[in-house]
Design a protein around this ligand. Structure first.
Ligand code: ATP
Length: 240
């Protein structure tokens, strides 16, 4: 018997007025998997994450998380359900300190000592952020801000961590660091759904990958198989 997936999406449609952002997307994510969604600008990737996060009202189809339907009721409901979204663009609260930013990620929790321990562990992994815990987060480098927003999302103790283009605008070495962090998060048992324009990076990190273009899934499968698939590029660029 196959157990049901953590996240299941059937025939999802998202529209903005007359623009169709998603047209019948079907995908699933099993517990413990790292799944990536790759595609060019405007493929519909952010709309997909927005719908899963309950921020975007679908025009049709269904999204089921841990056996329950997701309806758009705002981000807090989503976080309480166990879904954390790291949006594109590293949204730290620039005027707040590093520590305050992290603490905000844990507002849905009441196990304050455990939260403190998790923050301390994060500072062990990224000593620079520990040293700068009382500094304004807006003064951190882009890479440091990315680590911070990922850590902040994790402090909500999600079952599913979703990231929108975590490598965007980062140097390759910094991107390496971000993906090392994702590997550690995965090892802790968190399921990950990552959206990337950077297909090689996504294929390397994910167990399975969906290629999205023009609001439709053009190709899907094990990342290793897709990396070797001669149709991959055509699918990515919407030529098939
Ligand atoms: P990007 O990498 O540029 O964010 P994406 O793959 O995430 O691209 P979406 O942002 O989901 O794609 O956009 C899908 C389509 O929907 C595009 O045609 C985009 O212009 C359109 N779109 C997205 N958000 C809105 C909005 N709020 N109003 C109108 N159209 C939108």
């Amino acid at each position: 018997a196959t157990s049901s997936p953590l996240l299941a999406i059937e025939d999802l449609f998202v529209r903005y007025g007359r623009i169709a952002a998603l047209s019948g997307v079907r995908l699933h994510v099993d517990e413990g998997e790292v799944v990536s969604i790759v595609g060019p600008n405007g493929a519909g990737k952010s709309s997909l994450l927005g719908a899963i996060a309950g921020l975007v009202q679908p025009a049709g189809g269904s999204i089921t998380f841990a056996g329950e339907p997701i309806t758009p009721r705002g981000l807090e409901r989503t976080v309480r359900r166990g879904i954390a979204l790291v949006p594109e663009g590293r949204h730290v609260f620039g005027g707040l300190s590093v520590l305050e930013n992290l603490t905000l990620g844990a507002t849905v929790r009441s196990d304050h000592n455990q939260v403190k321990a998790e923050i301390a562990r994060f500072f062990d992994i990224f000593p620079i952020l520990g040293e700068r815990r009382n500094e304004a987060a807006g003064r951190l480098s882009g890479g440091e801000q990315q680590m911070l927003v990922i850590a902040r999302a994790l402090l909500a103790k999600p079952r599913l961590l979703m990231l929108d283009e975590p490598s965007l605008g980062l140097a390759p070495k910094v991107t390496d660091r971000v993906y090392e962090l994702l590997a550690e998060i995965r090892a802790q048992g968190v399921t990950i759904l990552v959206v990337e324009q950077n297909a090689p990076r996504a294929l390397k990190a994910a167990d399975r990958t969906y290629v999205l273009n023009g609001g439709r899934v053009r190709l899907a499968g094990a990342s290793a198989a897709l990396a070797a698939d001669p149709d991959f590029e055509a699918a990515y660029f919407g030529l098939r």
